[in-house]
Write a protein that binds this ligand. Structure first.
Ligand code: ZN
Length: 198
């Protein structure tokens, strides 16, 4: 499938709320091709997630995958997951400070408060329904991607604007401190991994 251009911040399409995918159209050639394009596009730019909104498709579809990603070497791996019509709710009230980047916000990262544990519901590309408990960075990724489907970017949620940094300065000045700050969160996430994830 074609690799699609990813829209940059400022593109009006990024602010559009995506529509639900009618369940009887999930198996259609059109929707299946959108999914393949999203996966190919995400992989071509080493993204850990991509929402359809980011390529100007206004349907509630996002894809996620982390396998030794050079953009995010500290992220626990995350098998390819396609989420259609996803919804989530927090499990408990614990939050953590995630240092997020986005393919639609080139060369910027910033701190965003995310729920540490969430329950996410979605349909996969075969239309099968799933409900999963996710913690830590995976939970953060899902919250980030589902924000896109509502027309939101992580920059909208950065409370402390002074945390905004280029990727090079994140590596040089912030990464080490942040990783030690969230060590417990990553540990809990690793412990929750199921055998099917690896
Ligand atoms: Zn993003």
């Amino acid at each position: 499938m074609p690799v699609l251009p990813v829209l940059d911040i400022g593109a009006p399409d990024l602010r559009v709320c995506a529509e639900r995918v009618p369940e009887d159209s999930i198996s259609s050639v059109e929707v299946q091709q959108h999914i393949d394009s999203l996966v190919d596009t995400m992989r071509s730019v080493n993204g850990s997630g991509l929402a359809a909104t980011q390529v100007g498709i206004h349907l509630q579809i996002c894809v996620m995958e982390v396998t030794h990603n050079p953009r995010y070497p500290y992220k626990p791996s995350f098998p390819l997951t396609v989420m259609i019509n996803p919804t989530w709710e927090p499990v408990g009230s614990d939050t953590y400070s995630n240092f997020e980047g986005c393919l639609s916000v080139p060369n910027l990262r910033g701190r965003v408060k995310r729920y540490r544990r969430i329950q996410v519901q979605y349909l996969d590309r075969k239309g099968v329904s799933h409900s999963k408990l996710l913690v830590g960075l995976r939970a953060g990724t899902v919250q980030h991607e589902l924000d896109h489907l509502q027309g939101l970017l992580f920059t909208d949620r950065v409370e402390d604007k002074s945390s905004m940094t280029t990727w090079a300065n994140f590596e040089a000045f912030h990464k080490e401190n942040w990783l030690s700050e969230i060590a417990e969160v990553i540990q809990e996430e690793k412990e929750l991994r199921t055998p099917s994830d690896s």
